[in-house]
Design a protein around this ligand. Structure first.
Ligand SMILES: Cc1cc2nc3c(=O)[nH]c(=O)nc-3n(C[C@H](O)[C@H](O)[C@H](O)COP(=O)(O)OP(=O)(O)OC[C@H]3O[C@@H](n4cnc5c(N)ncnc54)[C@H](O)[C@@H]3O)c2cc1C
Length: 433
């Protein structure tokens, strides 16, 4: 028997469990340990609440979770309640699938002013992540600035722009819906250091901005290279750029403007006790395609700044960390004997949910090469003894099913669920049935 502990119950964790099942059949026991009392990582707390069809991927993880040789062990923080060395003593392999939950710091003067938030916090707030329940972002407008040119920036702009009716059928949490319902933001400016050809935005997410009830995108025609230059782009990117060109050609007048401010680098955030404006420098591309400041500056008024500039894996004591890359130091997923990394914790915050699947299979291949058939380690029995001795209140997959049922039961009409947003309410929801 092989005993595997996977730390993190997001896509990378479940794909790794699925790959281990396929590789070892019944000759493996897998514990998926998560610091939260709920599974599925960013599927629950990152993917936009109005993108329910994407969240359905969790059904696939549920099928893995409900098999006999996989267990969910929630409400247990590795590196805090249990150390990596302790896990390595108990399991043949420890696979870190802890994602990249920390915002990359926005390293400019004024970034610490009230009103400036990272996207992990802002997205976590509207998606019910217990860490960000108390965020209370400044929504009194009139301007909001979103820094970054990826899909997360689009998610943030879209959620700020949608009406309550447009958010019906989503699982946005009640406190966020309440705040957004009353917000006074009439302009969301998306800042990108480079131009339309360099965006990391996909056509589906961009296209949605053209369909909003009270908001319309605004793009400056002068930001585009000649249309023939689009031929060199890959098809997906060409589609995205074509959408931007359409937005530029057919500007619509609606109460909220979503302004794409390209070739714009934030230099500083200013305000008296809270953010009031972002000072921006106009850029141009050098021969290598890098953004270079031109010295031409201007201010964008803003009561809220959301930086969507990437994420970092949180370090865990005893695990080698690549500070520059912001993830665990690893060689194709191998960190040290018995210790592996997968998903965002291995390769950084890029790619789609599906990109984590081959990652999981790569780790299963490593395990097949590296692990003995039977090392005699105790695996889950040893973990249970340790957690019980420490008085840890463990959440099982059965408990999660009760929480799930309670959330679905209290949902608004038409909404898939009404999430509990604190650890306490999540834990007490186990007893509500
Ligand atoms: C805002 C946002 C929107 C996105 N939207 C989409 C989308 O629409 N479509 C798409 O394809 N992709 C989307 N993605 C990308 C997708 O969510 C990621 O590819 C995927 O979630 C990464 O999986 P992961 O398992 O590596 O990390 P995560 O999903 O972050 O899972 C990590 C898990 O580890 C747990 N954990 C962390 N530290 C510890 C610890 N010390 N002890 C125990 N547990 C721990 C966490 O609680 C979490 O459950 C989005 C990402 C973001 C940030």
């Amino acid at each position: 028997m092989r005993h595997v502990a996977i730390i993190g119950s997001g896509p990378a964790g479940y794909y790794t469990a699925e790959a281990c099942q396929k590789t070892f059949g019944d000759a493996v026991r897998i514990d998926i340990i998560d610091r939260l009392p709920v599974p599925f990582g960013l599927i629950r707390s990152g993917v936009a609440p109005d993108h329910q069809s994407i969240k359905h991927v969790s059904r696939r993880y549920e099928a893995v979770a409900l098999t006999d040789n996989v267990r969910f062990v929630g409400n247990v923080t590795i590196g805090d309640q249990v150390s990596i060395d302790e896990l390595l003593d108990l399991y043949d392999a420890v696979v870190l699938a802890t994602g990249a939950p920390a915002d990359r710091p926005l390293d400019i003067p004024g970034a610490e002013l009230p009103g400036v938030v990272g996207s992990a916090a802002f997205v976590g707030w509207y998606n019910g992540h217990p860490d960000h329940e108390a965020l209370a972002p400044a929504l009194d407008g009139p301007g909001a600035v979103v820094i970054g040119n990826g899909n997360v920036a689009l998610d943030v702009a879209r959620i700020l722009a949608k009406t309550e009716a447009e958010l019906a059928g989503s699982d946005i949490v009640a406190h966020a819906l309440d705040g957004l319902r009353r917000h006074a933001i009439n302009r969301v400016t998306i800042l990108g250091r480079r131009g339309p050809h360099q965006i990391a935005m996909t056509p589906k997410e961009l296209g949605e901005l053209g369909q909003l009830e009270r908001a319309a995108p605004r793009v400056d025609r002068a930001d585009f290279p000649p249309v023939e230059a689009d031929d060199a782009l890959d098809p997906g990117q060409r589609k995205s750029v074509t959408l931007l060109r359409e937005f530029a050609a057919h500007p619509a007048a609606k109460p909220i403007e979503i302004v794409f401010d390209f070739f714009a680098r934030p230099l500083a955030i200013e305000g008296d006790g809270r953010v009031e404006r972002v000072v921006v420098e106009r850029t141009e591309l050098d021969a290598e395609g890098r953004a270079q400041g031109t010295g031409d500056t201007y201010a964008v008024p803003a009561g809220l700044v959301v930086s969507c500039i990437g994420y970092r894996t949180s370090p865990i004591p005893g695990v080698p960390y690549d500070t520059r890359a912001g993830r665990f130091a690893n060689d194709e997923g191998r960190i040290a004997p018995g210790l592996y990394a997968v998903g965002w914790a291995r390769r950084g915050p890029t790619g789609t949910i599906g990109t984590n699947r081959p990652d999981g299979f790569l780790i299963a291949e490593h395990l097949a090469e590296d692990l003995p058939d039977d090392s005699g380690k105790t695996g889950r029995a040893g973990l249970d003894a340790l957690l019980s001795a420490r008085g840890v209140d463990v959440v099982t997959f059965r408990d999660w099913q009760l929480i799930d049922k309670a959330e679905i039961g209290r949902a608004r009409a038409g909404a898939p669920r009404e999430k509990f947003t604190s650890i306490e309410t999540l834990l007490s929801a186990r007893g509500e049935q």
